[in-house]
Design a protein around this ligand. Structure first.
Ligand code: F6P
Length: 367
């Protein structure tokens, strides 16, 4: 039996996606496994995520060339070591209530002859995958987001690389902050979940971590900074998630508008907080938003390995006909969970278990 698998990446890019595609193709095209599986695979990459599936005209050669990419081992051989996504991605929602194009997607999946579709996406795009599954598309999901906010898995691709980048960047900032005796406010990503700030903050040993799950008091941040100054600490670093906000206030958004899933464009809280600290103290304050730098560069060893596990798992799931499910890491073991279950809620920081609401940092008690 010949099985044609489509694979696409949707939503924000991140390190680890290319590794996933590399290993998915290597596993799918492994001739030794074909007899045991009772099937042979063909893999078709879809360019630019859902946009590709919405725009492609399967009967038109030029269009096919533009929006799809037949994948073989030679093509993806070196992909595992590169960040971003070689397939391209987009943030478009086929189920956008303003213009629902999901029927076109379903039709194109059929016209392209795809027996299964692997979707590498975050919460929103795995949500699209689940809706398509309900429309009859045989989907398999792979969790990907530097925010690590998808429930049903202990890991999402890109998180480890982003934590490493933030840690390295803070190491750099610490040198200049220390030289000038300054306060640096560093804004990380993390729309609703504070995992990135919390874990990178732990790794970098920053003074104050602010996360979306706990609204902070600006006065308290200032008090903590003043206390550090009084005890002759030369500098302080405040790491704030883009989704964090002061108690009693709305989110701060620098950029107007919303994406195809109705989300505000994030970013701005770091600048706001830096200004507040500057206004109310004689501390010298600087502000850096790491923004998309956090998602750039090559994947860490861990993300390459997780890409391998997720990519191989996706093919195993197709062989086992585990459709409508997401590959998942649970307690160090690979498994799969129904997309419906994985998407019931977001995986947010449990403040009671992990966060010190008095000193705005990781909880000091572990056991
Ligand atoms: O959803 C993952 C994420 O990295 C968020 O942390 C961030 O708000 C968003 O992507 C940024 O998206 P874009 O690349 O579209 O600006």
């Amino acid at each position: 039996m010949k099985v044609k698998v489509g694979v696409l990446s949707a939503g924000g890019d991140c390190p680890g996606i290319n590794s996933t595609v590399h290993w998915l193709v290597y596993s799918a095209l492994d001739k030794d496994l074909a007899p045991e599986r009772g099937m042979m695979f063909e893999v078709l990459g879809i360019v630019d995520g859902w946009k590709g599936l919405m725009e492609v005209k399967p009967d038109n050669k030029e269009s096919l060339k533009h929006w799809t990419l037949p994948l073989d081992k030679e093509m993806v051989r070196t992909w595992d070591r590169y960040g971003g996504t070689r397939l391209g991605t987009s943030r478009v929602n086929p189920f956008d209530p303003k213009k629902d194009r999901s029927a076109v997607v379903v039709e194109n999946v059929e016209k392209l002859g795809l027996d299964a579709l692997v979707v590498i996406g975050g919460f929103d795009n795995l949500g699209v995958a689940y809706k398509l599954y309900r429309e009859g598309v045989r989907v398999v999901g792979i969790p990907k987001t530097i925010d690590r906010d998808i429930a049903g898995t202990d890991y999402t691709l890109g998180f480890d690389s982003a934590v490493n980048i933030i840690t390295e960047d803070i190491d750099r900032l610490r040198i200049t902050a220390g030289s000038h005796s300054r306060v640096f406010v560093v804004e990380s990503m993390g729309r609703q979940a504070g995992w990135l700030a919390l874990e990178a903050g732990e790794a970098a040993g920053v003074s104050i971590i602010l996360i979306p799950e706990h609204d902070f008091l600006t006065e308290r941040v200032i008090d903590l900074l003043q206390a550090r100054k009084k005890s002759f600490e030369r500098y302080s670093i405040v790491l704030v998630s883009e989704g964090a906000k002061p108690r009693g206030m709305d989110h701060v958004y620098e950029k107007r508008g919303r994406d195809g899933f109705g989300h505000h464009f994030m970013g701005g809280i770091g600048g706001f907080l830096a200004e507040e600290i500057q206004k109310h103290t004689d501390l010298e304050v600087r502000y850096v938003a790491l923004r998309h730098l956090q998602r750039g560069g090559s994947p860490t060893a861990y993300d390459r390995r997780m890409g391998r596990k997720f990519g191989v798992a996706a093919i195993d799931m197709i062989v086992n006909e585990d459709f409508g499910r997401m590959a998942s890491l649970r307690h160090g073991e690979m498994t799969s969970v129904p997309l419906k279950k994985a998407l019931e809620r977001l995986n947010l920081v449990d403040v009671e278990r992990f966060y010190n609401t008095k000193y705005y940092r990781s909880l000091d008690r572990i056991l």
